[in-house]
Design a protein around this ligand. Sequence first.
Ligand SMILES: [Zn+2]
Length: 420
Amino acid sequence: MRPVKTALISASAALTIVLAGCSTNPVTGRSQLMVVPESMAITQSAAAYNSMMGGLSKKKQVETGTARADKVREITDRLIAQAVRFRPDSAKWNWEVQLINDPKTVNAFCMAGGKMAIYSGMWEKLKATDDEIAQVMGHEIGHALANHTQERMSIAYSAGIGTELLAIALGAQQNTAALMQVAAVTAIQLPNSRESESEADQIGIELAARAGYDPAAAVTLWDKMGKLGGQPPEWLSTHPSPEHRSARLKELGTKVQPYYVAAKAAPGEAPRFLNAGEGANERVVSRAGEMTRDEYAAKVAKEGETLTFLSEPFERFKRGDTVFDCRLQCGISYSKRKGDWKRLHDRQQWRDLAVSVLQAGYLSDYSYFMLAEAAKGMGLKEASATYYRRAVEAGQEYGCGDDCGGFEVQKLAKSALALK
Ligand SMILES: [Zn+2]
């Protein structure tokens, strides 16, 4: 045991603990340990991306103005419009996609904050169809929405500190940014966990289906990749069992098939998000009328739809059938999530509020009260009355006491019932 190394490791651990925060992902509801704050992950990813693209551009490796470059933009823009539906805050990201001319590389990535690239090997080597390109980009966007890039940046950043860079990181602030950019680039090269891959698969295939791209392409893409061999691209990275993944993609595809059919029949309209530039939020004319990106985000957030894998409990909620009975086991999850509820309530993000309460699953009058408010906001009168009633009942034994997000839960619930 070498004392110097031990000291380094414990200093690094201490720093990690100081900076670390647990945050609940808005898309998956999974709790993630984050060392790097999201705002910093986004800023430094953009800086790393710009310098990467600058270098490639000098080497004439950034392809623009070709049919396939235009196609990638069209496909990606349609996917982003769906991404914003499930993470309205991502409407503010400076989404960007570039086609890197590198015929030997079959890969793609999406950094924190929506900076994306796809390599020309996708066409040259794989002969990927538009539907397959949509699956690739959907999967990568899924990683970004679920904050996997930030999660991996946290890992890369901690590892950097843990070794030679501890002294620099502790001593000089400006080096933190440099280190963070290295972490951003490392993050898109590190393999994701199987759990993350599985999340990206299910988010990606659904975004693609809702954008009008065939879910069956996820399976054909997977089969083509399997035959190709060589260095595995990102979305092949941590899958020891190809048969299993293929079967799972098929199963996911069946679930999202109705969205694909619906999108094909009546393509949705949305403003374009790609390469919008700083603060750009001009009004965009579409068949649905005229709207800005923010207006679109606000509109879709109120539609009260969730991703399919969240939809069963959500449908139960809408019918007024949600009943909580979990206390001890759900206590931690409740205390992590309930801090967000007041904010979601203030912003009238009813769907996201309901999903968060459902994911906590905790029996308390505050949980039922929040469900009631969400149901009311979504125009579900019957369900909201049911939940106000359950809030009053739960208050007898499971009241939130002084910790009710500033709401007088019992008083408000009773008066809502009296008004009805
Ligand atoms: Zn992946």
